[in-house]
Design a protein around this ligand. Structure first.
Ligand code: PLP
Length: 418
């Protein structure tokens, strides 16, 4: 029962170093967040010891009376949060939730139509090396070259021509809200099912600051760890008629024993996501993203070839277009990393550069909003990024401005070390 620092000092050092990195840098990867201490406590608990194949009340193992309570709480809370008739909280990850959703809805060889990876879609929406691209016939739709937005009339025309069995709404890199009513009407017109993957914007939906896809969709999947700020994992929501097929697609279809410690942490995260504090935080997420988009469209940066796709944002992220900049995506990511800001390079639609280099950056505000940042701090962050992306910036001075912000907003202050 010796502590980690004694049993495995090398791994203990990794935790200490990673905590220091998270504390001393500005985390702006749009898919990341800081899970609250309560979520980490539930996740790092004795529930990790329990096998519980099956579902609450119908397990293949004894001794499930307490984990049944945790899973039932997670199910009821997430259903209430999003107004869903049915929930499966067992997917280990977003990708597994998506694999199970497709397995429940269609058979191999059927056609899916989602946003192409190059235009902001996710791997699991039909990328050729992913299970989705290997098992299913794929017809991807894209954004318009001039507006970088979806044109729903064109999506409709493509769906009529392609006749997919499933239409996918959802994205990993798209800075605007989707028109779920239009997706529903297109799906109905061509006799397709509508699956929405709200992994990125689920926290905004929970806070009622983004349209809810649940009433429009046959099936909705999500991760729990992005804007929702829960444990790294997935969830599936649906109309009740899908319950049997989805449960069987997750277990035994995709997975064995559920991760009961993660499911307990999901329950806690869903409880927090229903609170007024969570809603207030999501409002700061949106405000911060707008402040960054505004700053990165000002003339002092645009004259150096930096711009923002679609000219702004409705969500928690900004997509920076560097096609006209002297910096490529890789260089810009490295530059921001050197001053203590963590972002990821991201291909822009119609990107002339290869995917490992790219001509874009994806910058998100959820983690910093969780840290407590509001308009004042996001204005400072936006100016630091804008200054960094212009030629001749003083990296040391910018690093000092980053450190001043991190010092003002301590992360996990209750922990000396992990
Ligand atoms: N769906 C979308 C839209 C995503 O952006 C992601 C992750 O980035 C996933 C699914 C997959 O989630 P995970 O990494 O948990 O498998």
């Amino acid at each position: 029962n010796a502590p980690l620092s004694e049993i495995d000092p090398e791994i203990a050092a990794v935790l200490t170093d990673e905590l220091a990195r998270q504390r001393d840098t500005l985390e702006m990867i749009a898919s990341e967040n800081f899970a609250p201490r309560a979520v980490l406590q539930a996740q790092g608990s004795v529930l990790t010891n329990k096998y519980a194949e099956g579902y609450p009340g119908r397990r293949y193992y004894g001794g499930c009376e307490h984990v049944d309570v945790a899973e039932t709480l997670a199910i009821e809370r997430v259903k209430a949060l999003f107004g869903a008739e049915f929930a499966n909280v067992q997917p280990h990850s977003g990708a597994q939730a998506n694999a199970a959703a497709l397995a429940a809805m269609i058979k191999p060889g059927d056609k899916i139509m989602g946003l192409s990876l190059a235009h902001g879609g996710h791997l699991t929406h039909g990328m050729k090396l992913n299970f989705s691209g290997k098992l299913y016939d794929v017809a991807a739709y894209g954004v318009e070259e001039d507006t970088h937005r979806l044109d729903m009339d064109k999506v409709r025309a493509q769906a009529i021509a392609e006749k997919p069995q499933v239409i996918i709404a959802g994205w990993s890199a798209y800075p605007r809200q989707l028109d779920f009513a239009a997706f529903r009407s297109i799906a109905d017109e061509v006799g397709a099912l509508l699956w929405t993957d709200m992994a990125h914007f689920a926290g905004l939906v929970a806070a009622c600051l983004h349209p809810n896809p649940v009433p429009y969709s046959d099936v909705v999947t999500s991760t729990v760890h992005k804007t929702l700020a829960g444990p790294r994992s997935g969830v599936i929501l649906a109309k009740q008629e899908w319950a049997k097929k989805l449960n069987s697609a997750v277990f035994p279809g995709q997975q064995g024993g559920p991760l009961m410690h993660v499911i307990a942490a999901k329950a806690t995260a869903f409880k927090i996501a229903g609170s007024p504090e969570f809603k207030e935080r999501q409002a700061r997420v949106l405000e911060g993203a707008r402040i960054i988009a505004d700053r990165l469209t000002a003339t002092d940066v645009s004259e150096h070839g930096v711009s923002v796709l679609t000219g702004g944002t409705d969500v928690h992220l900004v997509l920076v277009d560097l096609r006209a900049s002297q910096l490529d995506g890789q260089q810009a990511e490295d530059l921001l990393h050197s001053i203590g800001i963590t972002v990821n390079r991201n291909a822009v639609p119609f990107d002339p550069r290869p995917p490992m280099v790219t001509s874009g950056l994806r910058i998100g505000t959820p983690a910093l909003a969780t840290r407590g940042f509001g308009a004042k701090e996001f204005t400072e962050v936006a100016d630091i990024i804008a200054t960094a992306l212009k030629p001749g910036s003083d990296a040391e001075a910018l690093r000092a401005r980053v450190l001043a912000l991190t010092a003002d907003f301590p992360l996990y202050p209750e922990h000396e070390q992990w």
